[in-house]
Design a protein around this ligand. Sequence first.
Ligand code: GDP
Length: 461
Amino acid sequence: MSDARPRLLSADAFTQPQAMAPDTIVAVSTPSGRGAIGIVRLSGTAAHRIACTITRSVDLAPRQAHYRAFHDDDGEAFDDGLVLYFPAPRTYTGEDLVEFHGHGNPVLLHRLVALACADGARAARPGEFTERAFLNDRLDLAQAEAVADLIASPTLRAARAAHRTLSGDFGDAVSGLVERVRLARAELEAAIDFGDDVDTDALLAHQGEHRAALCRDLTVLLARAQQGVRLHEGLQVAIVGAPNVGKSSLLNRLAGVERAIVTAVPGTTRDLVDVDLLIGSVPVRLVDTAGLRETDDVIEAEGIRRTQGAASAADLVLHVVDRLPATALPDTVTAIPRIVVRNKIDLASVHEEREVGDATTCVPLSALTGQGCDALIEAIERFAGIHGEDSGEFAARARHVAALEAALEALRGIDEAGLADAPELVAEHYRQASDALEAIAGRYGSEALLGDIFARFCIGK
Ligand code: GDP
């Protein structure tokens, strides 16, 4: 009979691991290698107990730095440093969290990990701390992704964009839009329920205004997210043109180092040479390609085939010419946005100026002297949409951009006429828009998506 009543659980029942596998994870949280300080983090219910054992402490007061010796299982100390204990739930992971700050020797740090594992923890998978933060609602998915972006940011500007997303600004902007879509849908559904009593003209007008404002704000957010993707992922830029126009010289000029062989013999660059560099604020993978020309040389022909492949996979083509009009490019390449680079302006013989013939930007410069290169850098930044001062970009991923585009498409797909005739269909568009937006925060994230995102993190994060 007593079994029929809910049993009171002791406090322990909440702190004991429920599953067989240890719930407490441990990892070195600083990159391997030697340094002044190394950090080992533990998260889970056993974290505090394990920390007390290693530091031979009866207790560790929360949120304070304690200076302690770190003891091996034979009782001898092998390092000393700070230990910090943060009780759940106001921690990074939402669980009890401990940090050991020891000397930055991997041997010592891995000994701490081994001791923790011998005492009930297990080694964390890549990104598992942040995954737990997501699962425990400490971060939404966009914020979790921003943690990885902040760590990998190639520039300070990209880091600031990642920090903006991490602090929740991007998520707040998206939630604001979700709420507005929800209100529009609620208004429409109420109208459907009330049937004939509704003033259809007033409803149409109101819905139209509401949707126009939504699309406007969504477009602005999309642009900021696209900039964020560029800041982080950068551009693939292919340098193409006829042999001997100065493609390799341009790559070397932009890279600031000799990467490609420069010679006066046409057909020298027979394979692709690529280099990662920053052009202004834009991370760029620059690919120097074999000169495009008719050839009987089998190896050169293969180089040209690869050139066309690299160019058609690029976001931007720098079409180098040493005289105008520009030589024609293969069809696969003309489909890619391009900047015509009119090289060798230091030579009087090619100084005559002519139009490029279409709306394509033409930048005159000299790869040899560097004259005009700033204008090319500016044109590339402008193309990437990251020109000038920091404009409040949000670190974002391609999946966020795709979600914002899908939401925009769903809203733009609403047919005014359809609103009067088939309001249920319009409501369905609203539903698609809010589903797309909510996926950004990970509301409907599949296991595969989560696995994919967190597997890209480093261990310890
Ligand atoms: P690629 O075959 O298109 O890669 O051309 P290279 O970069 O190998 O250059 C071919 C030749 O043009 C070399 O002799 C370079 O020194 C020369 N060259 C490249 N850029 C310039 C330039 O801006 N001015 C002058 N005067 N010569 C250049």
